[in-house]
Each structure stands twice: as structure tokens, then as C-alpha cells.
Design a protein around this ligand. Sequence first.
Ligand code: THU
Length: 129
Amino acid sequence: MEPTNLVSLAMEVSKNAYVPYSHFPVGAAVLTKDGHVFTGCNVENASFGLTNCGERTAIFKAVSEGYQEFSEIAIFGNTNEPVSPCGACRQVMAEFFPSTAKVTLISKDGQTRVTTVGDLLPYSFTDLT
Ligand code: THU
């Protein structure tokens, strides 16, 4: 898939974000190794700690449908600069993506910054041995 499509999907799905507390919508679109696309938004809760981030929603939707290998993700946040994903989502990306996987970060006005999962979380905890 063209990266611009993942970008527009991430921006589009952020419109579904359930954000009555932060008013900060996030959208993400992941590409599986075999070409399937899943999207997700953040879903908040009155018990704030139960909030699920947009990135994790997209990844968990894919995993629960049987896809565990990913090649790319695009993440949109309502930010002035391309959004910086939280630590929890970086750890979840490190679980399922190769360190070289492309990550496109998107700002509210559509500016992008391209990085990798390994650059976002170097020396990650992924091996229990
Ligand atoms: N959020 C995400 O969805 N992804 C991130 O990487 C950072 C934070 C959400 C969680 C919460 O709904 C809102 O942004 C404010 O923290």
C-alpha cells in the first residue's frame, strides 16, 4: 500500500476517537506483512487508566483477527508537530514489528515525520531469555 493511504486512514479514523476527557483524538493505521490494513483510535474511560491508545487499538484489532506480523504504521495526533507515541505503544510496536519497520508520525495539519520502531524504542525488552 502507498504510505499516503495509511496516512489518510490514520487521520480519518481519528474522527472516531472517544475522547470526552482529553479532547485529544489519535488515529492509527497498520499494514500487516501480507498486506492487510487495520485502523484504530483512542478510547478513553472515566477511570482514566483504562484508556486505550489509538496505536494499540489498531494493533490489537489486527492481532485478534489473526495477524501478528506488521511492516508499517502511521499515527495521527492533534499536535502541532508530528505526534510522538507514548511509551506503552512503543513497547507494543516493539513486540509485533521488526525494528526496521517504518513509522509515519502525523501532525494535525498533515505534516509527517518518518522514523522506525527501533529508533522510537532502542534496546527494547522483547526477549525473556
Ligand atoms: N494517546 C494515544 O492514543 N496514543 C499515544 O501514543 C499517546 C496518547 C491518547 C491517550 C489519551 O486518550 C489521549 O491521547 C491523551 O493522552
